[in-house]
Design a protein around this ligand. Structure first.
Ligand code: DHB
Ligand code: MG
Length: 232
């Protein structure tokens, strides 16, 4: 066999191994139940983009919630409520998830999925642009965990608010902080890429935070920025 064919075979074997690992870890640690599957089906039926986090990422969010003893969780960007279900399930009784969503249609799908999962008592979806809804949350702060997964150009402002609404020990997580590497390469004309680059740079250097950005999707091309608030 020539070198190209060997290389192709190696790449295929790697991809198969990655798929096996992903399936096996998901089965062991982050299996979806009927409510999570129904949330995905509802999103598809509503023609929403299939850009939700993976179930392993959902499980990781739950572990962050447990680690900081989360009783109040803020989500910026509900989409169809898939991550909202993972987050709300990590709350103790009496805990609250407030999820912000710009689209009334998407919010309706998210609310229905949260209700189907039996979480309507602890999870609320508020409709509007994040920058307009966030100031009112000061009355309900501090939030123990914030999860940012919304319009990318808004990320720097969402980080400002997540910090303002945090306490020392709070955890701030943002999805899509790698995006194929573009935000790590430097200047970009794309507003989303530019904003994520700013987000990644700020969490790396803000003295109030200890952070890491980790590839977490199945091909290592995107992932979370994870920050712990150490001072305010
Ligand atoms: C997009 C948004 C997301 O939050 C995501 O996880 C993947 C893609 C997007 O807008 O393309
Ligand atoms: Mg995302």
């Amino acid at each position: 066999m020539n070198d190209d064919a060997d290389e192709l075979q190696r790449l295929r074997a790697n991809a198969q191994a990655r798929a096996f690992i992903d399936e096996e870890l998901t089965r062991r640690f982050a299996a979806e139940d009927e409510s999570l599957r129904a949330a995905l089906a509802a999103a598809q039926a509503a023609n929403m983009p299939a850009i939700q986090i993976s179930s392993l990422q959902g499980r990781l969010l739950q572990l962050f919630a447990y680690a900081c003893g989360a009783r109040k969780i803020l989500e910026i960007g509900a989409l169809a409520g898939y991550s909202s279900i993972w987050l709300a399930r990590a709350l103790p009784s009496g805990g609250r998830l407030i999820s912000l969503e710009i689209s009334e249609q998407h919010a309706a799908v998210a609310r229905a999925s949260l209700a189907r999962a039996g979480l309507a008592d602890r999870a609320e979806v508020r409709v509007g642009p994040g920058a307009e809804l966030l100031p009112a949350l000061q009355a309900e702060a501090p939030f123990d965990l914030s999860f940012i997964d919304a319009d990318k150009p808004g990320y720097p402002v969402y980080l400002d608010w997540a910090l303002r609404l945090s306490r020392p020990g709070s955890i701030i997580v943002a999805d899509n902080c790698i995006r194929g590497g573009a935000p790590l390469r430097g200047a970009s004309d794309d507003p989303g890429t530019h904003a994520i680059a700013e987000y990644d740079a700020r969490v790396a250097s803000d003295p109030r935070l200890r952070s890491i950005v980790l590839p977490l999707d199945d091909d290592g091309m995107d992932g979370f920025a994870i920050s712990v608030v150490v001072g305010l």
